[in-house]
Design a protein around this ligand. Structure first.
Ligand SMILES: [Zn+2]
Length: 244
């Protein structure tokens, strides 16, 4: 079974959240992955590691894409489609600078080179909390828009790693073949290992090997806590913007 190594932002600018890495750090991780494992894109092989970026931050184009090109490594970027080309409304860097989401020209350039794209829904909400109609919209509309621009799209990454059997059923019905999030039980529940600023090659090795078990379990706990924290900060920021 394939497994995903999940990045968010690759930037030299210090961020408030934990979900980012320095470009040099990303390069080290990439080299380690390529030297020791098989790096694949979804659907290519039955086993291996997929390098995934969730959210579609512009820093992927600015800082990760040049490194991927340098080593000829393909990856998949999951886009929160409703935010394409927009200013990021849910995170600030330490300097207060806002980041941006990828734009269509950047996405097209990356696609032409060989980067794959998948859905990260329309509005990055917790799919397990939505009504059937809302979930349908998040899955179907994001796929429709991406396919209009890029051709067939068969991957989805569930926001906050939140997924249940209703989400999986709906994803399958909508035509997704690969779903990222969950415990790795099927191709619609491919495990994601999130990489943070606090990681190094040693901790990455533990995430990949899932050994030693005690350290690995500690890391999964940390991932859950960070996901919850992100969910709360996104909600408070949203309501702040809604009030203005
Ligand atoms: Zn996300």
């Amino acid at each position: 079974m394939v497994k995903a190594i999940q990045f968010h932002r690759i930037t030299p600018r210090v961020q408030f959240c934990g979900t980012w890495n320095y470009p040099e750090q990303f390069e080290d991780f990439l080299l380690f992955l390529c030297d020791n494992f098989e790096v694949v894109v979804p659907g290519e092989k039955r086993n291996g590691f997929v390098i995934a970026f969730d959210d579609g931050d512009r820093s992927i184009y600015d800082h990760a894409f040049p490194i991927l090109k340098k080593y000829g490594v393909r990856a998949v970027v999951f886009l929160a489609v409703g935010y394409i080309g927009m200013e990021d409304s849910w995170d600030l860097s330490v300097l207060g600078a806002r980041s941006h989401h990828l734009s269509w020209p950047e996405i097209h350039e990356m696609k032409e080179w060989g980067i794959e794209f998948g859905s990260h829904t329309m509005s990055h909400r917790n799919l397990t909390r939505l009504t059937a109609d809302e979930m349908d919209f998040e899955l179907r509309e994001s796929k429709r828009i991406l396919e209009e621009q890029l051709g067939p799209v068969d991957c989805i990454s569930y926001p906050f790693n939140r997924v249940n059997k209703h989400v999986v059923t709906k994803a399958r019905q909508t035509g997704y073949k690969f779903g990222f999030g969950g415990a790795g039980e099927s191709e619609l529940l491919i495990k994601k290992e999130a990489v943070y600023i606090t990681d190094n090659v040693r901790s990455l090795k533990i995430k990949l090997a899932e050994r030693p078990r005690i350290l690995y379990n500690y890391d999964r706990m940390k991932q859950k806590a960070i996901n919850c924290f992100t969910m709360v900060t996104m909600l408070t920021k949203r309501s702040f913007y809604a009030r203005r």
